[in-house]
Structure formats: structure tokens, C-alpha cells
Design a binder for this molecule. Structure first.
Ligand code: 9WO
Length: 256
């Protein structure tokens, strides 16, 4: 495998070593080694023009903390964009963005790539948000101390979907959310642990029955824990039957 990577990921960050370090492990580390995606880390501090390499300044209007200045961020982003293929999206990670989910991850994994901008301090100058980025993405409703971990979450979700990133070609398709459902339960040895047994069907060798059980568990758990995901999803005839059976068995259990 050589030549152009399937995906280009630029990351504008004041902590390139943090991002690099996280990408040295596991599925992402292997994908990077194999050249499945190209990583371009750009530090805005390198683009600061004063002797102190200043990237932040005091907020207009007062208040605590510092704000990331436009010019170093903008220069870093332009530098990253100049090395990226045409069509990459420039995305700032922020809690007030649109929600990043599996659908967005899937769309991004088709390429050509993205440039992720991770802010720090109290925030970034709003003019950078308005003029320099295409989108703001949130990974969830919580506050972080910087955008790097959100950027890493995005990279993990996108890169693992690239062909060849996972061990087996159908790993990504088979798992939870691959088809809009939560995962089914997993077990490994020993078969009995402190009185808790592995469901017999998983040790039956009946692959059709195992597939049905797993699908039913995924449907049932999704219905119990994330009912809105089941509502959003079109169910096949088999899936509807399996879910009805799950509900009936559960109702019988709660009655007894
Ligand atoms: C993004 C943003 C978007 C619109 C208006 C202002 C904005 N500021 C930022 C931003 O980059 N904030 C920095 C990163 C600085 C403060 C801490 N940061 C942050 C990112 N906290 N929480 C997130 C985050 C990112 C994605 N998903 C959830 C939380």
C-alpha cells in the first residue's frame, strides 16, 4: 500500500504532542502506520509573530481567562488548508456546534478529509468562527478544557471506518450503530463465573440462532435504553417480530 492516503486529517492545535501521542496506539496508530490516513498537525504558536509567540489575549468586556487571537489561528488554518486536498471541511470543535454522530462519521470516512481546529483557554475570537471555519461540531453536552479530545473522538470514529482500518472487513458493518442499533452483549470464557452463565445459544454452534439472538438483544436493548433510535429506524419484518418477542418475554418476566 502506497501513495495517496484515503483520508486527509489536519489538526490545528496548541498541543500537537497530545494529539500525536493519542494516535500512536491501537486502531488509529495502525491506520496511520499503514498510510490509510494522512495526519497534518499544525501549531498556531508557530505562526505567532511576536518574540513571546503570543496566541491569546485578554477578553474585550473583561472577565476571567484568555481568548485565542484570530491571526495565529487563521494562519495555522491556512497553512493546513494549503496542504490539504480540495474539498476538505474546516471544522471547529465546540460545545455549541451541531452534533457529531455516526452518520457524520460515515460521511466523513468517504473523504477527502477534514481539518479539525481545537481551541483552548476560555474560547476563540468569534470572528475566527464566523470567517474561517465551515462548521462547528459538538461531540456532546459537556464542557471540555480544550477541543483536542473532541477532535480525537472525531478522528477515532471516522478513521476506524476506513477500509482496512479494522482487522476484518465486516467488523465495522457488523457492530452497533453500524446499522443504527446499540450493541448486543458479549461473552468470553469462562462459561460460568460465580454462578453467572453465558447464554446457552452462544455455545450451541447454531449460527442462525446466534445471529437472531444477537439481533434481538440489540433491538431490545436499543428499545429499552434509546427508544428514539428505534423510532427513527425502519424495522424489517424479522426485526419487528424479534422485538415483539423481546417485549413479550420481558413483560412475562416482570409479571412473575
Ligand atoms: C468553539 C466555538 C464555536 C462557536 C463559538 C465559540 C466557540 N468557541 C469554541 C472553542 O473552540 N472553545 C475552546 C474549546 C475553548 C474553550 C474549551 N473548548 C471546548 C470545546 N470546550 N468544550 C468543547 C467541546 C467540543 C466538542 N464537543 C463538546 C465540547
Amino acid at each position: 500500500m502506497s501513495g495517496r492516503a484515503a483520508l486527509h486529517v489536519g489538526v490545528v492545535t496548541l498541543f500537537p504532542a497530545l494529539v500525536r501521542g493519542a494516535l500512536e496506539h491501537g486502531v488509529l496508530g495502525r491506520a496511520l502506520e499503514r498510510g490509510l490516513f494522512a495526519l497534518d498537525l499544525v501549531d498556531p504558536r508557530e505562526f505567532a509573530t511576536d518574540v513571546h509567540r503570543t496566541v491569546d489575549d485578554r477578553p474585550y468586556g473583561g472577565g476571567p481567562g484568555m481568548v485565542l487571537k484570530v491571526e495565529p489561528l487563521r494562519s495555522a488554518l491556512r497553512d493546513a488548508a494549503a496542504r490539504a486536498p480540495a474539498g476538505v471541511r474546516k471544522v471547529l470543535l465546540g460545545a455549541d456546534g451541531s452534533r457529531f454522530d455516526q452518520g457524520v462519521a460515515r460521511a466523513m470516512s468517504a473523504g477527502p478529509g477534514l481539518i479539525l481546529v481545537a481551541g483552548r483557554y476560555e474560547g476563540v475570537d468569534e470572528r475566527f468562527v464566523e470567517q474561517c471555519v465551515d462548521e462547528v461540531w459538538s461531540i456532546g453536552d459537556y464542557v471540555l478544557s480544550g477541543g483536542e479530545f473532541a477532535a480525537l473522538v472525531v478522528m477515532d470514529a471516522v478513521v476506524r471506518l476506513l477500509p482496512g482500518a479494522l482487522g476484518s472487513p465486516d467488523s465495522a458493518a457488523e457492530e452497533s450503530f453500524g446499522d443504527g442499533l446499540l450493541d448486543w452483549p458479549h461473552y468470553t470464557r469462562p462459561p460460568c463465573l460465580d454462578g453467572a452463565s453465558v447464554p446457552a445459544v452462544l455455545m450451541s454452534g447454531d449460527h442462525a440462532a446466534i445471529r437472531r439472538w444477537r439481533l434481538q438483544q440489540a433491538l431490545g436493548r436499543t428499545w429499552l435504553r434509546r427508544p428514539e433510535l428505534v423510532e427513527r429506524r425502519e424495522l424489517s419484518g424479522e426485526e419487528r417480530e424479534l422485538l415483539e418477542e423481546f417485549k413479550a418475554e420481558r413483560a412475562a418476566r416482570t409479571r412473575s
